[in-house]
Design a protein around this ligand. Sequence first.
Ligand code: SAH
Ligand code: SF4
Length: 419
Amino acid sequence: MPTLDLANAKPVVVPPATTEPRALPAKPSLVGQGRDELKAALAAIGIEGREARMRVSQLWGWIYQRGARTFEEMSNVSKHLRQALAEAYTLDRPEVVAEQVSQDGTRKWLMRIPPSMAGEKWHEIETVYIPTRDRGTLCISSQVGCTLTCSFCHTGTQKLVRNLTAAEIVAQVIVARDHLGDWPGQEPPEGAFVPTDGGRFVTNIVFMGMGEPLYNVENVTGALMTLLDPDGLQFSKRRVTLSTSGVVPEIGRVGAETGVALAISLHAVRDDLRDELVPLNRKYPIAELLDACRTYPAASNARRITFEYVMLKGVNDSVDDARRLVRLLKGIPAKINLIPFNPWPGSKYECSDWEQIERFSEVVFEAGYSSPVRTPRGRDILAACGQLKSETERLRAKDKAALMSKAEQDAFRAMSMVD
Ligand code: SAH
Ligand code: SF4
């Protein structure tokens, strides 16, 4: 049985294709569409009522469980309907303009999506696949850029922002499965994670790519419906995690409607510092955010809320901060993920020293929390947390050295990646 061999995975870099403006797609694609959208698409070609319901399930089966790329291959759909579908629609995916494979097996795809309205530009979004020994996690984007300007996050510096549609969010999963050979009967690419149980390669989904999912809550909820539906992409809600910087009014609603796991980007334990790191804190301060967590409908001791804490040298990484953190989280079913800061060109912070991360983690551990330090993945291809930004930017030599230092990589590898 082939296993994941990170050490020998080959780095492959496909340079971005030309970004010349191009014609809009002549026909809409059905890929990524939810039940209601698909029903409307069928109604537009004269199929309604009970037949439409039946056809939606049939089409979903082809698109989401078998990865169909043509209507022609839909053998249980009548020839007449296949022709009608092909005349009006496509099964096109967002175009992948670059695929990068990190030395650690992480894969990043840069995808191009058409404008959502006349006059708008084409956009690029990034999706990252992170294989570990027991799972394949896909990190997906919910927006182009992000309107929230967290001071340590590269995505927040991007000027172009638009919400992704539900279909564009779901399509990222389809593209990843295409490229991983994750459809029945396909072969995975060389060096890829191969599940030993014969299951799918993309086992988990995290909304931790570009954007704040709860600032695009309608489309994110719509996408979740398709991702979680047993007739759709069939993900368990336990394997889907939504990460938010703290849009308090939406937290309970998304939990009640979808039941997915929650991650909170906390990063500071005092409001004055969090105001600076996560400016949304000025609107929804720590106490309100934690109240929303206490009442999150989909949390329990078995399904803990993840608190993400980026380790910034001399900023939020003192032992006193660690003590305050465990006091703050008292009574919340929580786990804490310490994330070493990932530098990006022009960032003003440094990652905490390793010894300091250990001291911090010790306090958290002694308070009864497992305190995994999240191993940065895909640093060499800027695919790690907070490094996603679709414009190509050159790293200064100094930054590059910081990213690629062998000793540092070895130290991080030694730590286990835990959820
Ligand atoms: N907008 C959402 C989800 C995307 S960010 C949110 O903020 O939660 C995914 C995670 O990466 C968040 O916890 C974010 O705070 C963290 N992150 C952002 N920039 C980072 C950086 N440079 N280094 C490490 N983690 C970072
Ligand atoms: Fe946006 Fe999240 Fe980055 Fe903050 S950390 S700027 S909310 S993507």
